[in-house]
Design a protein around this ligand. Structure first.
Ligand SMILES: N[C@@H](CCC(=O)N[C@@H](CS)C(=O)NCC(=O)O)C(=O)O
Length: 192
């Protein structure tokens, strides 16, 4: 059994999108940030007090990257990460570490840090996608992780830096995907 602990419109959205892409049965448990993911009940599930937490048959997987990597490897038929390709896997780990350690925390450091992080992401995206739609050439968990952070920025008034042509195009491709539309629809109906 797969259980996704989520809070709507937050980091957990990335794992939620991947679950919809794969089409595997799963259940969700909602912890709104307003009510607090730091309640004793949630801390008993994830001592870090953060979402997402993906529980696989009783085993806890924390961090967006952890959940996405597990799902991509467990369900290879969904083609969310090229199989038997160490170089592409390493590039995926590189991207997801960059997104979690540099891009995600940038907003909390102020607008200059946010603009700097996204300018770096735009450059990295241009180099890695080589003019194609997706970050690693074909669609992968990196696109999902990247999109979730970009989506948050686009939907936070005043946060969107200009001149991110590659990432703007990527955002449009992602918004057209049925799994993305479904996730946004489902999460928009959850009270925050
Ligand atoms: N590095 C973590 C970040 C997760 C994270 O910061 N989640 C936020 C929501 S976007 C959260 O749960 N915040 C609640 C809190 O810190 O109390 C990951 O990639 O999963």
């Amino acid at each position: 059994m797969l259980t996704l602990h989520l809070s709507p419109a937050t980091s957990s959205m990335a794992v939620h999108i991947a679950l919809h892409e794969i089409g595997v049965p799963f259940e969700t448990k909602v912890w709104t940030l307003a009510q607090g993911t730091r309640t004793p009940e949630y801390l008993a599930i994830n001592p870090a007090g953060k979402v997402p937490a993906l529980v696989v048959d009783g085993t806890l997987i924390t961090e967006v990257a952890g959940g996405l990597f597990y799902l991509a490897k467990r369900y290879p038929e969904a083609k969310l990460l090229p199989a038997n390709d160490p170089l592409t896997e390493a590039r995926a780990v590189s991207w997801m570490s960059f997104l979690a350690s540099t891009v995600h925390p940038a907003r909390a450091k102020g607008m200059d840090a946010l603009a700097e992080a996204w300018a770096l992401a735009e450059k990295k995206f241009g180099e890695d996608s080589k003019g194609r739609d997706w970050t690693l050439g074909s669609y992968s968990i990196v696109d999902i992780h990247l999109f979730r952070l970009y989506w948050r920025m686009v939907n936070t008034p005043g946060d969107r830096p200009t001149g991110l042509k590659g990432l703007d195009g990527h955002y449009a491709y992602m918004m057209a995907r049925p799994a993305v539309k479904k996730t946004i629809d489902v999460e928009s109906k959850i009270a925050r």
